[in-house]
Design a protein around this ligand. Structure first.
Ligand code: SAM
Length: 349
């Protein structure tokens, strides 16, 4: 799945002053802060990212490389070095990544496609290359590979095979949105893209509804309004949300407010560009302290002859204000509400 094409370099909201513009006192402070004795591996060291001496260091590795999420100025010097010194760069879209390499002044490095449909078949050749002592870079269209993007299966296979896997960190839309959202960052979870429809979507929405940590969600622009409405249904109208749009790009915008206001905001005009939704956590309620034993007893009490499990589960969930998913699971595990039936819990609240 593709992320946004880098639009930069632009001064934009993320653009900062150049070194020449910095206050000399700030520069002095920065110089004091950087430990002169520790500037990472030097040429000649066995640096798995760049190798000791260019492409043929003899130390094979899979090198995950973070790339910009919209502003080419965010490609780090170390990322450029890793790409320039790789034997081959695996990427989602070779034309897109060729533009990135060209922007960084890198030519002559072969690119090979690695996307969600061929990741599995690429694993063999990647491991073989690493086994020959080659450094293979893996990038996605934007951000960190493996975050709602290909890369995770290569890493798992390389790790299983005992190959060196390393990473040149870079921006990711998930963390970038989280830190700018203004919502609590001390505990958070990442739900990626919700399933588009059906029971899977209802169950994942249910999870967000009861999650007490801040939740980060990716969403396609055309689906933002619908997802905000679905979130109102499970989280309530007053839950806080931040809609982070076009981060690091010229039209960066972070809208903050309640979910019901967000629905109105999204409904006023088409939401354009790339979007991350950051949803505040559910307030801790008395329901969080209801024990499984209490719920099991309630299930047993309410079970009348001939009554369907689903009806009993709904009644108990409503009575205690706990998710249907939890009660249904207990009903299945404890068989307190009778024999298992098809269909699972109804609704998403
Ligand atoms: N691997 C990427 C990362 O680490 O950021 C994420 C790739 S995922 C396929 C693409 C989704 O990330 C988009 O649909 C959007 O939700 C989010 N995204 C990517 N770039 C963004 C940006 N500049 N501003 C807001 N959201 C962005």
């Amino acid at each position: 799945m593709s992320g946004g094409a880098p639009d930069g370099p632009r001064p934009g909201p993320a653009g900062g002053p150049g070194e020449d513009d910095l206050d000399p006192d700030v520069l002095e402070e920065l110089e004091a802060w950087v430990d002169p004795d520790d500037d990472g591996p030097a040429p000649g060291d066995d640096d798995p990212v760049t190798g000791a001496d260019g492409r043929d260091s003899g130390q094979g590795a899979v090198v995950l490389v973070g790339t910009p999420i919209g502003n080419l100025g965010d490609l780090s010097p170390r990322a450029a070095e890793a790409l320039a010194s790789a034997r081959v760069v695996y990427c989602e879209d070779t034309r897109h990544s060729r533009r990135l390499l060209t922007h960084a002044g890198i030519s002559g490095v072969p690119l090979r496609s690695l996307h969600e449909h061929n990741e599995e078949e690429r694993i063999g050749e990647i491991l073989a290359a690493v086994g020959r002592g080659e450094r293979v870079a893996v990038v996605s269209d934007a951000g960190l590979p493996g975050i709602s993007d290909p890369g995770g299966r290569v890493v798992a296979a390389a790790a299983r095979a005992g190959a060196t896997v390393t990473v040149v960190p870079g921006p990711s839309a998930a963390l970038t949105a989280l830190v700018v959202s203004g919502l609590p960052t001390d505990r958070f979870c990442f739900e990626g893209f919700l399933p588009r429809s059906g029971r899977g979507r209802r169950e994942r929405l249910d999870v967000v509804g009861t999650e007490s940590r801040t939740t980060v969600l990716f969403e396609a622009p055309g689906r933002v309004a619908g997802t905000l409405s679905d979130l109102v249904a499970v989280c309530g109208a007053d839950r806080t949300v931040a809609v982070a749009r076009e981060l690091t790009k010229l039209h960066e915008e972070v809208w903050r407010g309640t979910l019901s206001d967000a629905v109105a905001w999204a409904g006023d005009r088409p939401v354009r560009g790339e979007v991350v939704l950051v949803v505040g956590g559910a307030p801790e309620t008395a329901a969080d302290t209801v024990s499984d034993d209490v719920l099991l007893a309630a299930l047993a009490d309410r079970r009348a002859p001939g009554e369907r499990t689903r009806g009993v589960v709904d009644a108990v969930a409503d009575a205690f204000g706990v998710p249907r998913r939890r009660v249904y699971q207990l009903a299945l595990e404890g068989r307190a509400a009778g024999p298992e039936e098809e269909g699972g819990p109804s609704g998403s609240g």
